[in-house]
Design a protein around this ligand. Structure first.
Ligand SMILES: [Zn+2]
Length: 281
């Protein structure tokens, strides 16, 4: 079996504040260790569950958070953030399952740690054919379009609730902490959460083997809309060919297929944050 892991950081064990996830901040080195701990637990579980290959895509901010030497030697690593498919780079139809590790709830979710959608300051919300999605739903639909189910989601309790709503309540999840507000959390011990992640990844592979997991079927053709926090971001996004200015603070892309719209939306979002340092995921 071939396993793909999209590894974000805000939903990792023990992480609660921007200082934990922003490179250069005092707490970041500890945050990075915690990230590697959760990802390695997922890799171990996948390998124990029968994975022949595991590919990890570093999916947070600069996407250079996972040091190659500290990642499980049984996993490949995609590093860096100039990727057409961003948080989902490397996933192809030959994968059997995708695991989302360290994910977080969509922007505006109450009692959800570090809740945001792709970019924290500039983007209010994303919609796919009219339905609001977070990174989880946006990325899970891409996996679905490639025929790949999402088999595990780890994050805070709000992320687990979002996963159940998007993917069905039977999808394996691990709540590594309880959100109090955007910058505070009640955190479970790493030894406990890593065991749960390991076990969750094994369960995901069992569900693949038994045919119990279903890939999402995104609606096509697909229109993806972005509501920005301010008009300047909408102007910058709409400067890209193919991006429509759909409102004073809203831009949109459309394509006949979900992957086409997804890749166009990555470009639209990058263009919209132009003028700031690039931080994605
Ligand atoms: Zn992130």
């Amino acid at each position: 079996m071939r396993v793909f892991i999209s590894a974000d950081m805000e939903g990792v064990t023990g992480i609660a504040t921007p200082e934990d996830v922003v490179s250069g901040e005092e707490e970041y080195p500890r945050g990075r260790e915690l990230l590697v701990g959760d990802v390695n637990a997922a890799v171990e579980g996948a390998r124990a569950g029968g994975a022949d290959t595991v590919l990890v895509n570093d999916a947070h901010s600069t996407m250079t958070n996972i040091p190659r030497g500290e990642l499980h030697e049984g996993a490949g690593l995609i590093r860096g953030n100039t990727k057409p498919r961003s948080m989902m780079q490397g996933l192809d139809p030959d994968h059997d399952v995708a695991l989302f590790v360290g994910y977080h709830a969509m922007a505006g979710t109450a009692e959800a740690v570090l809740n945001h959608t792709f970019v924290g300051h500039e983007l209010l919300r994303l919609r796919v054919n009219g339905a609001e999605v977070g990174e989880l739903g946006w990325n899970a639909r891409l996996a679905g379009a490639e025929g790949v189910p999402v088999g595990l989601v780890t994050g805070d309790d709000a992320t687990v609730a979002e996963a159940s709503a998007e993917l069905g309540a039977s999808t394996p999840t691990v709540a590594v902490k309880r959100g109090i507000d955007r910058f505070s959390a009640d955190c479970r011990p790493p030894a406990v959460t890593r065991e749960a992640i390991r076990e969750g990844a094994m369960r995901a592979l069992e569900r693949v083997a038994s045919g119990a997991l279903r890939a999402m079927s995104p609606t096509e053709p697909t229109r993806i809309e972005a509501d920005w926090s301010a008009t300047n971001h909408a102007v910058a996004a709409a400067s890209m060919p193919g991006v429509e200015r759909a409102g004073s603070r809203t831009t949109a892309v459309a394509a006949t297929t979900y992957p086409g719209a997804f890749e166009a939306s990555v470009g639209m979002l990058r263009a919209g944050v132009a003028g700031r340092n690039e931080c994605y995921g």
